[in-house]
Design a protein around this ligand. Sequence first.
Ligand code: NOJ
Length: 494
Amino acid sequence: MCLLAVAGVLAVASEREAGQRFPAGFRFGAATSAYQIEGGWNVSDKGESIWDRMVHSRPDYIYDRSNGDVACDSYHLWEEDLRMVQEMGLDFYRFSISWPRLLPYGFSNQISQDGRRYYSAVIDGLRARGVAPVVTLYHWDLPQRLQDLGGWTNPLIVEWFAEYARTAFALFADRVGTWITINEPGSVCDGGYRGLLAPGLVDHEVGALLCTKHVLLAHARAYRVYQEEFKPKYGGELSIAHQESWFEPKTDQDLEITLLTREYLFGRYTHPIFSAGGGWPPALERYMADKSKREGYPRSRLPAFTPDEIQLLKGSFDFYGLNHYTSRVVRAAAAGERPAYMSRGAEVGAVLEARPHWETAASSWLKVNPEGVRNLLKLIKQQYGDVKILITENGYSDTGHQLDDSDRLNYYKDYLEQVLLAITEDAVRVVGYTAWSLLDNFEWAAGYTSRFGLYSVDFSSPRRPRAARASARYYASVARARVLHAAHTHNTTA
Ligand code: NOJ
């Protein structure tokens, strides 16, 4: 081959290489949450959470009758976790504060000194290793005392949460630059009031919708507290992490029902915060008002916002936090077909299905469709403009201890490839990516039967030994080089 031709080939190769490079400043991280990893459920003065109550009083709720009493024992082994984050060369580590570990009875009149020391040590440990802490305030472990007072259906929780947030900011905002208020409000309300997650109540008709309003307002109040009292001093950023799947219509006739289902399951949580007009998604608001009337309710089951609340919520973000795992096709329920009462689309008469060729992870809900993440990122941009997006979770579950986890590795490779395309081809402003999870942990109602870890944990040993999987090595190589290499050709040494 002549020299010119060689140069041409090299140019094409380096273009391809350039195309596979993440933009400068793009950040890679991994995530966990307090109840799923910490254990130490009753050490010192820690208060009881709704998950402690659930696993102890209703063990059947958990598939393998396990619980998070010890979990990964990260309350004691947190330095191990930090070592793993550092070993992968990650930019940040997303973890959560357990509300009842910091405020044992939910209110800020009593701050646990042990809780405070624990989170301080984790934050300082990360910073000493050159890793930025990204802190979630609420990852589902509500103090049981507040649940006994009505939990997320009581409007007073908006101020209780703002007060908890203020306490956490006062203690840690000098060292934490990125905050997430609520992890997956959709899971908190639609999971918690559909009997799937703690508190395990079944009232998705009214309870879940009251919860939606209050969880959003709680986020917005915490956002304003940070803006007014802490941002001027520390300049950090704060948002909420939404769970969103990619939904596409099954046929052309299903477009309208798909839009309504998206609004019901996702827009209900995002529109009040990110849209220019604020408030509930108009189509959903109309639908719920009409439906509630037909059902004989004196007012809409979707509780109205006051004009002040609309303003409080609108724009209460510094970036868009996105937890994404999976996709579905949506179709309208056929005449006479009643979607299962508790199914997620039932409220709006939709049936959610997976395409047959999408593979299923150990979690039966997790169908693999990498293009879904790119489609969703484009949709967010289309709906809410050129917003800065931080992918706050993405990951894959399997069932066992195996370290050679090619399915997970390929999931990360294929999803990251689509994220990169969204950035380079569609100009979506994705600023970072978070792998769920750093290590195997308590997967809520699935117990320890679904494992999401880049590192495996041996839960049969009291020492809870951790070991890097092949996916951890792969992810480390991407995070270090900032380039997406084909999974099989890259040197995968962490
Ligand atoms: C979302 C949740 O935030 C996290 O707690 C959970 O383990 C993962 N998804 C996987 O289901």
